[in-house]
Every structure is written in structure tokens, then in C-alpha cells.
Design a protein around this ligand. Structure first.
Ligand code: SF4
Length: 417
């Protein structure tokens, strides 16, 4: 098989992995005319530890896999066309793309060939050859296999900027049903080993900057949404636990895509993409807005509402906490005002040292004033909160707007909500 054919198969197979920031961008395919889309060649974007956005060659080493995860197009029982790169081919492709300035790094994942250690050895060989034999200084993200030996995972972290292990589904019961070869305990144990190595490397580098690094961009994971009846509360609980205990940099949420010849244990349709979007928003609230999972979902409503963002939903459930006086409230409470993002909260705290905030100040800050008005008090504004149903109506976007959400990329990294 020609290299270009392998690239086409293995770049396409890698697109289902969302733990690389722009994996949802398949809408503008230049093969149908036009220029500028690089997704057909497996190029995606990710963020380095210093916040730069870099383009990565995103491919699988192979889509051959001995595991049979039911939600996966590459599972052993799938009828897809198979291909396999040699490590040397991946090295060559990476260097060729890099020299032509198409990419700044590599995202490499793989199906399980023979067993976990054999596969990991091949993946690590790519990274080692790039770093040692070619002095490659670009970004490398390696997907690791939890069952691989700790020595191989340690070597992966030595060469890679970021390593990730996909947790895939939020509960052990879900894994047993759809991915029986995988085990949540083993996955978390491997994540703990990686976390300990990252911590150790940071401590050593504080002593001596010349000490070898270990995955300086940290570790991440991916969860598939909608392949099982798991509620958003379970998904967010799992994510929150991983952030807390494993210090993950990111949890990515990937809406399940129905696959050909699928098992009857899988749903026939994909969940609405807006659900993925709401989970990213809730994830953001957990990490930067000091929310707890139990505040974003409740026993009565274990799923996030699709029609409004989770912070607004929380505010509508807790109307007794509003209106918030923007001139007096502490930072934690300001962060809970719908429409106010972290950056604007910090700007407002600086402004109010000099004078009382007025509506004109909020206009200059470009906050979504219409959304915020019922929830805030400033020097020249004090609202009477609307009656609950009317407030819900006022904030529920019409169906047409929901469609727009559904086609938007999942990332909410710049969003204020
Ligand atoms: S191990 Fe990975 S590639 Fe193999 S079937 Fe499971 S999800 Fe797919």
C-alpha cells in the first residue's frame, strides 16, 4: 500500500480522538473545492504549555486492533480497511511535513497490535527516533496504553510534551458493557504513575533546569458521550475526580458517532452536539469558576439543560443569591454572575478600587449586558428579577439558535458565560 493511501486511512481513523483540541473541524473539507483545510491530511491544532496554538500531524500508527471496544470504528470485529505505518514511516512523514512548514508537531495514537507493550514500544520508538536521531524539537503528544509496562510509559513521557490515556467511559459498568478489555482501576493507576513522574520531574527541574523533563504539557484524557445512558452528572463527577486526583490538564468530551455494523448495545443516533458543548462549559466552570458538580446537576436533573448554559441554569435555580452588587460582592460571587467571565471579573475588581461601577463601565468591558441585567446591581441599575417562568423564557434560545450551537466547535476556551 502506498504511503499516501496509508496516510489517508490512518489520519481519518485518528479523527475520532478528541484529546487533541480541534478534532471536530471536519466541516470545511477542501477536497470538495476551496483551499485551507488541512484535516484531510490529518493536521489538527493543539495548545503548547505556554499557550501557543500549534498544528499537529494527527495519525494512528495503525488502525489494526486486537481489542473490541464496541463504540470504536477500529475494533477487532469492524470491517474497515486496515493499514499500518512502520515507525520509520511516521518519522519520515513528520519530518517531511515539518520541513515544509505544514506542522509544528505530532499527535500519535494507535490500535493495539499484538499486545500493549509491543504497541507502546513502536509508539515510543517514533518519539525517540524523532528526538534523538533527528533532534526534533517540535511538539509531540503520545497516546499511551494503560496496560503497557511502567518503563515504556516512563520513556513515552521522556520524549513527549503531553501524554494521554483515554478513560473512554465514565463508569466501570459502562466499560464492562462496551469495552470489556479496559478497566477503570488500571487506567487510573497508570494515570497516577504518570502524575507521580510529572511531579518528580518538576521537583528535579526546580533543583536543576538541566534535569530531564517528563511530559511538560501534562496528561489529558477523553470521554465518549452518549454511547451509554450515563448522565452528565456521572460524566462530570468522573472528570472532576480526574482533575482533583490525577491533576489532568484537560478532559475532552467526544460525542459518540454511530458506526457501521454497530452492536445493538449502542444507540442508533448520535447525541446532540450541543450536549458536548454544555459539558465543555460545565468543565470550564469546575476548573475556573469554583463550581462543584453537585451545583451544576441535581438528583432531579442529572443532565445539563441543553437550552441554556450551565451557569445561567444554576443562577435560575438560585434566584435568592441575586441580584449581586458588583461593587461589593467578593470575587467568588462575581464569578457566578451569568455572562461574567474570569477576565472581566478581575478587570471589574481593579476598576472598583477607583470608582463605583456603572452600566457605562460594563459597556466598555463588553459584557453581555442584556443577559446580566436581571442578576446585577451597579451604581445606576437595580433590577427586579423576573418571575421564574418569564426569566426562563427570556433566556431560552429559539430552536434556530440551537441549530447554530449544534454546528459550533465544542471548544469554549475563549467563552465568557
Ligand atoms: S483499544 Fe482503542 S483502537 Fe482498539 S478498539 Fe478500543 S478504542 Fe478502538
Amino acid at each position: 500500500m502506498k504511503l499516501s493511501q496509508k496516510l489517508s486511512i490512518l489520519a481519518d481513523a485518528a479523527k475520532y480522538d478528541a484529546s487533541c483540541a480541534s478534532s471536530g473541524t471536519t466541516k470545511r473539507d477542501s477536497r470538495r473545492g476551496g483551499i485551507g483545510s488541512t484535516t484531510g491530511a490529518g493536521i489538527c491544532h493543539s495548545y503548547t504549555p505556554d499557550g501557543r496554538c500549534v498544528s499537529l500531524l494527527k495519525i494512528l500508527l495503525t488502525n489494526v486492533c486486537v481489542y473490541d471496544c464496541l463504540y470504536c470504528i477500529n475494533r477487532a470485529s469492524s470491517g474497515v480497511q486496515r493499514a499500518r505505518f512502520t515507525p520509520e514511516e511516521v518519522v519520515q512523514l513528520t519530518l517531511d511535513f515539518y520541513r515544509r512548514n505544514y506542522i509544528e508537531g505530532l499527535f500519535l495514537s494507535s490500535g493495539i497490535i499484538r499486545n500493549a507493550d509491543y504497541t507502546m514500544e513502536q509508539v515510543v520508538r517514533v518519539a525517540r527516533t524523532l528526538r534523538v536521531a533527528h533532534g526534533f524539537k517540535g511538539y509531540i503528544h503520545l497516546k499511551t496504553i494503560p496496560e503497557a509496562s511502567p518503563e515504556l510509559i516512563a520513556e513515552a513521557g521522556r520524549w513527549a510534551d503531553r501524554i494521554s490515556i483515554n478513560v473512554e467511559l465514565p463508569t466501570q459498568a459502562d466499560l464492562e458493557k462496551l469495552a470489556p478489555e479496559k478497566n477503570l482501576g488500571r487506567i487510573e493507576k497508570s494515570m497516577s504513575v504518570i502524575k507521580a513522574r510529572i511531579d518528580q520531574s518538576k521537583a528535579e527541574r526546580r533543583e536543576s533546569p538541566k534535569a530531564p523533563g517528563f511530559a511538560p504539557a501534562g496528561q489529558s484524557t477523553q470521554m465518549i458521550i452518549g454511547a451509554t445512558p450515563a448522565k452528565d452528572s456521572a460524566i462530570l463527577e468522573r472528570a472532576s475526580k480526574l482533575y482533583r486526583e490525577q491533576k489532568l490538564r484537560r478532559v475532552y468530551y467526544s460525542a459518540f458517532s454511530p458506526i457501521p455494523d454497530a452492536s445493538s448495545d449502542l444507540p442508533l443516533i448520535a447525541p446532540p452536539l450541543v450536549r458536548e458543548h454544555r459539558l465543555y462549559q460545565a468543565d470550564w466552570l469546575l476548573r475556573f469558576y469554583v463550581f462543584e458538580v453537585g451545583e451544576l446537576t441535581t438528583q432531579a436533573e442529572p443532565n445539563l439543560p441543553l437550552g441554556i448554559d450551565p451557569k445561567l441554569a444554576w443562577a435560575l435555580r438560585h434566584r435568592e443569591r441575586f441580584p449581586v452588587n458588583l461593587n461589593k460582592a467578593p470575587r467568588e460571587l462575581l464569578l457566578r454572575v451569568p455572562g461574567l467571565g474570569v477576565r472581566n471579573v478581575d478587570r471589574m475588581l481593579r476598576i472598583r478600587r477607583w470608582h463605583a461601577l456603572r452600566l457605562a463601565d460594563l459597556t466598555v468591558l463588553r459584557v453581555p449586558l442584556k443577559k446580566m441585567m436581571p442578576f446585577i446591581v451597579v451604581a445606576d441599575h437595580s433590577p427586579h428579577l423576573l418571575e421564574k417562568d418569564a426569566t426562563m423564557r427570556a433566556f431560552t434560545p429559539p430552536a434556530r439558535q440551537l441549530d447554530l450551537f449544534a454546528t459550533a466547535p465544542a471548544s469554549v476556551e475563549s467563552g465568557e458565560f
